[in-house]
Ligand binder design. Structure first.
Ligand code: PMP
Length: 351
């Protein structure tokens, strides 16, 4: 921190991302990346873009990609907004839809970026405690709020939320925007995209980072009725942001086209998750029901922070959050079967 910073920036509490070690020796289960590479068609499209397109600016409106996404999700191109990862889409959404007068609501155990954005936008969010089992207290989210943000499935717990609960929240908050962050929806959740036509206040945020194995090229998008998307474009154009670059555009187009590939990888990840849950339960872990590509696990006898460090010493990275209510949990990304073997082996050595 420096005195040159303005007082507002001096008080910010920025997000701390999961470790990205340079050393490849680690089994990396700490940032919910997909353990499998993207579709070969994606890699080929990006290589072609490298050869042909770098000289040219990208299309600031991403017309081709918006059309492709619209077709895939059965919405209109005017109902699609694209950003550099869903993090950027979320940041624009906070700026566009929420205000300090009427606080936006989100859970106490949720994607920690929401609080960072809320602070950056000088909002005073209403933080709603989740139930003891980390399920969402739906009634509390149905009280008057200045907007709502919910990841479905939730992060870092992995718990999914039934569509009927989301419908209730949308009905109760009809004056404000409800953002459903579906970053992990393709690992077992139920998407609310079909509700967009009925709810002018619903914004669904998606990413290609997890399901399509493209965390490295940063593509996220939002789907919602045109009036919401127009608002996001107003903010985006005020930054004169080009949205995503040509390599990301090429990769994203190919990824949406080859959805069958991503679906196959997601099925494999789900199978590995179910096996891993059983294996960890056998060695004394309690696992929150997961519909994601990660699990949230707590050991009955050994403290999570101790396990976190001991795993790291054995070359396995998982995520530990030193934060109230969840300081005895580890968030473990589902990797390949071989990676999960290494995790279980290391855990048996520790416990
Ligand atoms: N939402 C949730 C719930 C997440 O966990 C993440 C990944 N950390 C994101 C959004 C952002 O993903 P990306 O910016 O890679 O699209």
């Amino acid at each position: 921190m420096s005195n040159y910073w303005n007082p507002f920036v001096q008080k910010l509490d920025p997000y701390v991302p999961g470790e990205q070690p340079k050393d490849k020796k680690y089994v990396k289960l700490n940032t919910n990346e997909n353990p499998y590479p993207p579709s070969p068609k994606v890699t080929a499209a990006i290589k072609e873009a490298v050869n042909d397109q770098l000289r040219l600016y990208p299309d600031p409106n991403c017309d081709e990609l918006r059309k492709k996404i619209a077709e895939h999700f059965e919405v209109k191109p005017s109902e699609v907004f694209i950003g550099n990862g869903s993090d950027e889409v979320l940041a624009f959404s906070f700026m566009t839809f929420f205000s300090a007068e009427n606080p936006v609501a989100f859970g106490d155990i949720t994607y920690s970026f929401y609080k960072v954005y809320a602070n950056l936008c000088s909002l005073s969010p209403k933080i709603i405690p989740l139930n003891d089992d980390f399920s969402l207290p739906v009634d509390a989210f149905c009280e008057p709020n200045g907007g709502v943000v919910i990841p479905n499935p939730n992060a870092p717990t992995g718990r999914g939320l039934p569509i009927d609960s989301i419908r209730r929240i949308l009905d109760a908050n009809s004056e404000h925007v409800v953002i459903i962050d579906e970053a992990y929806i393709d690992f077992g959740g139920e998407s609310v995209i079909p509700l967009i036509k009925d709810y002018p206040n619903l914004l669904v945020v998606r990413t290609l980072s997890k399901y399509s194995s493209l965390a490295g090229i940063r593509v996220g998008f939002a789907l919602g009725q045109k009036a919401l998307i127009d608002g996001l474009n107003t903010v985006k154009n005020s930054f004169n942001s080009y949205t995503i670059d040509r390599l990301a555009l090429a990769g994203a187009l190919a990824a949406i086209d080859d959805d069958a590939y991503s679906k196959g990888m997601a099925q494999q990840i789900i199978a590995t998750r179910e096996q891993t849950i059983k294996r960890l339960e056998n060695i004394g872990f309690t696992i929150i029901p997961s519909q994601s590509n990660f699990i949230f696990a707590s050991h009955t006898e050994v403290n999570a922070e101790v396990i976190f460090h001991a795993l790291r010493d054995r070359g396995v990275l998982v995520r530990y959050f030193n934060q109230p209510r969840i300081s005895n949990y580890l968030r473990i990304t589902i990797g390949t079967d071989e990676e999960m073997d290494k995790l279980v082996e290391a855990l048996k050595d520790i416990l």
